[in-house]
Design a protein around this ligand. Structure first.
Ligand SMILES: [Zn+2]
Length: 464
């Protein structure tokens, strides 16, 4: 994400949830128990749900920008990871007209973003089950702890659809946690003239009766927050990269044209050369006019931009395909693993072009006086509270951490670390301690003090 907003003054306390004791149950039912309502993320404790793992989402829907009415059927295929008597999906708003589990009607209740589903029979651990949900209504806009907006955001001609960190349940029932990646397909029907840009490869586009149906398939594992179906009037260009990957570039025709999008193949090729092979089945960009959103996001295979991006922003979001989308954090407070890497990626692209080097970018920022605590605090490894999740320090000081590491251990070890981090954790979830361990292993250096100073101490680093 390229957000870089100032931290919001004041503290929105993390909602702490009391864990309800599971009541004693009759012996016959005691082997089955409810899945948890959340996965305990420190910032978003209700995001995601326990007791199952989603394998695939099939999202079929129609949307009319004029009425803003969304009418969908979601089919979620999952595997129970415990004997489940009950489980949750995350969904915000909508009327539900049909809900089945394995073809049988299931009881449900709503509690905030929790859709609590009780199937007609318990689901044994290891069993694959299918949830079909018919739902309709006007999708919601979600306001984040830092007061920015996400979810399904209406635009002049459609919607800008972004879900980091908690917007996806605004348009589909999800296990909305970065740890539960799944494949997706999207079948979206809109008035003719509107283009739907979802993740993955465009399988078909057919028009009948004044409406066009787009079918997109995302065949690589994807965290729910990276899903999109941004739609509106777009000029869509399709081509193939030299590596054979299909590219889809959609631009709102009301925007001023520019040359920046022509850089996309070179940027992808450059990052592939240093980070390892491009991880997904498609690439591209969706350039919309969404001034109310005010940030861009690395939606998987096709980042979305709220305006025509500059070259640094295009490079930033494309680098996230490796660091963020393919290699994904485990818990939201470790956001520097995404934003520090993507910001440093802007610098190395600049250096590659013979422009300002990463060392020079580092020096410029390092000249910021220690007294400017808003620049240095909170430290990137510990944002402290949700309003600081996208604070400038996560980006800038996170990127400086990587450049400082590069200069401490040398280019040979440093670039080997970056590549191994991307290749060995492809489609996985990672933690900061894992990165520290890899850096120590590859460099043969003891780096506890280095990472403590750069990632966790609130003051400006002075010796490392
Ligand atoms: Zn970013």
């Amino acid at each position: 994400m390229y957000r870089l907003r100032c931290g919001v003054a004041g503290t929105l306390g993390v909602l702490l949830l009391a864990v309800l004791a599971v009541p004693a149950q009759a012996a016959a039912a005691a082997e089955f128990s409810p899945g948890s309502a959340g996965l305990g993320d420190p910032f978003f404790p209700l995001a995601g749900n326990g007791g199952y793992d989603v394998g695939h989402y099939s999202l079929v829907f129609s949307y009319d920008p004029a009425t803003r009415l969304f009418d969908g059927t979601a089919t979620v295929t999952a595997t129970a990871t415990q004997n489940l008597s009950r489980f949750d999906l995350d969904l915000r708003g909508f009327d539900i007209d049909r809900l089945t589990v394995n073809g049988a009607a299931a009881a449900f209740t709503r509690d905030g973003q929790e859709l609590v589903i009780t199937p007609s029979a318990g689901l044994p651990a290891g069993a694959v089950f299918t949830v079909v949900l018919g739902y309709s209504g006007i999708p919601s806009v979600v306001i984040d702890p830092d007061e920015s907006i996400e979810g399904w955001v209406p635009t002049d001609d459609g919607a800008f659809v972004v879900g980091e960190p908690q917007g996806s349940p605004a348009w589909f029932p999800a296990n909305d946690n970065p740890r539960d990646k799944a494949t997706f397909d999207f079948t979206a029907t809109v008035p003719v003239g509107i283009t739907v840009m979802a993740n993955g490869v465009l399988e078909s586009q057919t028009t009948a009766g004044g409406r066009t149906t787009f079918v997109w398939r995302a065949s690589s594992p994807m965290a729910p927050y990276l899903a999109t179906a941004t739609l509106g009037r777009f000029d869509l260009t399709q081509y193939t990269l030299p590596s054979g990957i299909p590219a889809y570039v959609a631009v709102d025709p009301t925007l001023p044209t520019g040359n920046v999008l022509r850089k996309l193949p070179d940027i992808v090729e450059f990052y592939s050369s240093i980070y390892g092979p491009y991880p997904f089945e498609a690439v591209g960009a969706v350039v919309d006019d969404a001034p109310d959103v005010g940030y861009s996001l690395e939606t998987q295979t096709k980042p979305v931009f709220y305006r025509m991006p500059d070259e640094a922003t295009l490079a930033h979001e494309l680098s996230h395909q490796w660091y963020g989308d393919s290699v994904t954090l485990t818990e939201w407070p470790q956001m520097w693993l995404h934003e520090g890497f993507a910001t440093w990626s802007e610098w190395i692209w600049s250096e590659h072009l013979g422009h300002k080097s990463a060392h020079q970018w580092f020096n410029t920022l390092y000249n910021t006086p220690a007294q400017n605590t808003a620049f240095w605090t909170p430290p990137p490894g510990d944002p402290g509270s949700p309003p600081y999740l996208f604070n400038g320090t996560i980006y800038y000081r996170g990127a400086m951490t990587l450049q400082a590491l590069r200069e401490k251990i040398g280019d040979g070890a440093f670039f080997q670390i970056l590549r191994r981090w991307a290749v060995e954790n492809r489609y996985g979830n990672v933690t900061t301690p894992q990165f520290v361990a890899l850096a120590e292993q590859v460099s043969g250096r003891q780096l506890d003090h280095f990472f403590d100073v750069w990632l966790y101490q609130p003051d400006k680093p002075t010796s490392w």
